[in-house]
Design a protein around this ligand. Sequence first.
Ligand code: BES
Ligand code: MN
Ligand code: ZN
Length: 486
Amino acid sequence: MNYKIGSLNDVKKYIVFFGYEDNSANLAQYDDSLSIEKLNKFIELKEWKWKKEASASYIDVETGQEVMLCGLGKKDKLTKVILRQAMAKLTAAIAKVKAEDIYVVIPEFEDKELKVAYIEALIDGLESVEYDFIKYKEKKKDDKEDEKKDKNVNLLNWDLCEHFLNECVYVAKAKSITKNLVNEPANVMTPQKLADTTKALGEEFGFKVDVYDENYIQEKKMESYWSVAMGSDLMPRLIVCKYMGNPDNKEDIIALVGKGLTYDSGGYAIKTASGMATMKSDMGGSAAVIGAITAIARMKLKVNVVCVVAACENMISGRAYRNGDIIGSMAGKHIEVLNTDAEGRLTLIDAVTYAVREMKATKVVDIATLTGAALVALGSTRTAVVSNNDEFFAELEDASEQANEKIWRLPHDKEYKDLLKSDIADLKNIGGRYAGTITAGLFIGEFVEEKPWLHLDIAGTSWNDKKGSTGHGAKLLYHLVKNTEK
Ligand code: BES
Ligand code: MN
Ligand code: ZN
């Protein structure tokens, strides 16, 4: 979809109006080129009341103009939740419209925050309904291509800055980038392919991308990462993105570290067939950070961001690591590997150390499809969070509100950390049967070197068995980074 700030003088083929139950839509301001008279007749005839979640549409036979009405309910009862529900219905309806040009009349809002949420939800919704991943379906692809001409969405009655429209569009597109990265199967989206794709995105949107191979990874003593990676015939790639939007303030560098397992078979602690079937999505964290940095760079935010992705596969072979191995790490700590399926944290700790020591990160966010336990605890509704810093977490809460991606903070008492103690090494890679999401998070927390840190476990929120990738994380990280802008 293309988005434009439209004017009333344009041709109006398909137009959407919003209105409130108590004072109806403020239609008087539009001239009769919009057939306001007819619209009012329709409203009268149908006893149309602009009730919450109600919608109706009609076609003007004379002009061929299609009109859709969308109720928002009582003005003083309007909330973001109501708006988002209305938007979900509306965007689904717009997706079915044949017209190439669509005009949406932005309603009046008393509260600017609601207006922002409205436009955000509209554009996010339109991008989402348009998104599909059918490139491997030959027939359906042809059918869809015919009906899917690029639509122009013209926003009327726009009185915000254009900058904000760009932001909504770039962030919504970032989410689609994330979805595309995740939905590609593991035989296509290999570590090398993930690196190449990131590089291309960097060139397109203006951030630097460096890719390092298995030799570099071993030279840097990233033994924990390398232990996971070396079982596969596909070699790992360390992907490092850099965007310095605030070069005068190099003391503030936020690291976004994304889990980049392009496939997780479980290794020798092998998964079941069904458990393995969706494990192409185990790079959802890396896809989120890559999506986020595209929007950060396009919006030219005044922030310094590095993304670190330790991309690899967790496979089985004569070279693969074993349950019972003791491995080193870039930070120097030794880890007793009691379960090769708890591999994500092993790749993440070296990525975190790399971010802190090599990239000089002053704040660390890691995001990962880390534990099935996150699904057990919170289902697919909320992302689990572990953090060592209340202020940083408060910024994430704001971002969560802005991005409409829900989070829930888990505790981090010392008792949980004690579960990771090993008799023969510095740490075990699993904390036992209980509190799996917390212990996994705290394992990574052992490597952040006292930096303010957020750990986001998106195992439950990033994947939907019916729809594939949800794109979760990209928007959340964008808004989090934006909130640190100075
Ligand atoms: N990638 C999985 C976590 C996962 C499971 C994500 C289901 C999405 C859906 C992770 O590497 C894993 O296997 N975790 C283990 C940890 C356990 C061995 C401590 C798990 O959750 O079972
Ligand atoms: Mn695993
Ligand atoms: Zn995994």
